[in-house]
Write a protein that binds this ligand. Structure first.
Ligand SMILES: *Cc1c(COP(=O)(O)O)cnc(C)c1O
Length: 363
């Protein structure tokens, strides 16, 4: 490849080109320090400023209440599966898990190792094509938190609105749709998101946690595993992934330039509609996975009538510069990941390709 392609990879995923260009410009000499961001001390004033600015950008874009903590940790969303349970699933209490896909299952399995975790709802039976309705969610006594996965990266379904809970903290894995739409943060006790889908490169995880939840944290864990350690130390207890946070900083500035979350939500709807329209137009050829009302705006999953056609689809798409479209091995078929940074033109190009592929392969 001598030019950039439309990258539909599920994560690590496409980044805005202007962000990459700016990172390239500053790579060797950051703000006249004579050093790269990667070479500066994490205690340097330029880095402190950059980290604080990144925090403010998160707060501004998501409208995060002032008393919430915003953390930049490592270990991906997968470490959060364990950390959430370790910190909050106290003895004598329960945690409810809503199973809507593979990552939700993993978070539940980790919690089971730690304490009393139970399935509050599951859509596994139908092949994870739906999201439970509020009335299907069973919350047991002594439940500390309820965990859900806002967007199911592998199956291509997404929560359209979130349950309103009383006396139970809502915890959400938002790895694949954070910052893709406005949220009411005060509805959540804790949100976590690995950066490599919507925020930047792999290696940093954003955590947003309420003061009420922080006050529950266990204090007898190894210090590195305690949220309170990181909150007290403003994510500087140990060396944070400074370069990754810097790229996140640039992505958030880009997002702000786009017009913020309301605007990006509109753009995301336009983008997803371009592709879903083709799926619906030729619904016996492009067979969508998720039920219509639960479709994800981030990951579009569908199958073709045969494995041979799917292979041909992927090959031809790739030769036209549309890459990363292979579905996850557990679902098969095609998956188009169209996070914030995927341009509208990329979705148009895919929709056009789907039109011509349909025409060429049906008689
Ligand atoms: C990608 C993803 C994960 C896994 O993230 P890691 O950073 O690899 O640990 C977890 N949850 C969701 C919803 C994801 O999309």
């Amino acid at each position: 490849m001598t030019h950039r392609v439309y990258n539909f990879n599920p994560g690590p995923a496409t980044l805005p080109q202007t962000v990459l260009e700016e990172a390239q410009d500053t790579l060797i000499n950051y703000q006249k320090t004579g050093m790269s961001v990667m070479e500066l001390s994490h205690r340097a004033k330029e880095i402190s400023f950059m980290m604080e600015e990144t925090e403010s950008l998160c707060a501004e874009l998501l409208n995060i209440p002032e008393d919430y903590s915003i953390l930049f940790l490592q270990g991906g969303a997968s470490l959060q599966f364990a950390m959430v349970a370790l910190n909050f699933l106290l003895e004598g209490y329960n945690a409810g898990y809503i199973l809507t896909g593979s990552f939700a299952e993993k978070s539940y399995q980790e919690a089971q190792k730690v304490g009393s975790a139970y399935i509050a709802a599951s859509t596994k039976k139908g092949g994870y094509k739906t999201i439970p309705q509020d009335k299907d969610i069973v919350i047991k006594d002594k439940t500390i938190y309820l965990h859900l996965t806002s967007n199911n990266t592998i199956f291509g379904s997404q929560w359209q609105s979130f349950p309103e809970l009383k006396n139970v903290h809502l915890v959400a894995d938002m790895s694949s749709d954070i910052m893709s739409r406005p949220l009411n943060i005060s509805q959540f006790g804790l949100i976590y998101a690995g950066a490599q889908k919507n925020l930047g490169p792999a290696g940093v995880t954003l955590i947003i946690v309420s003061p009420a939840m922080l006050s529950y944290c266990r204090q007898d864990l190894p210090v590195i595993l305690q949220y309170t350690t990181h909150a007290k130390n403003k994510s500087l207890y140990n060396t944070p992934p400074t370069f990754n946070i810097y790229i996140m900083n640039l992505v958030l500035k880009w997002l702000k330039q786009q017009g913020g979350l309301k605007t990006i939500d509109k753009i995301n709807r336009t983008k997803a509609n371009l592709i879903y329209q083709v799926i619906d137009k030729y619904s016996s050829f492009y067979i969508g996975h998720a039920n219509k009302e639960y479709r994800s705006l981030m990951n579009i999953t569908f199958r073709l009538p045969s494995a041979e056609l799917e292979k041909k689809f992927l090959q031809q798409a790739s030769s036209e510069g549309l890459v990363g479209l292979k579905g996850h091995r557990s679902v098969g078929g095609i998956r188009a990941s169209i996070y914030n940074a995927m341009p509208v033109d990329g979705c148009k190009a895919l929709a056009d390709f789907m039109e011509s592929f349909y025409a060429a392969n049906t008689s």
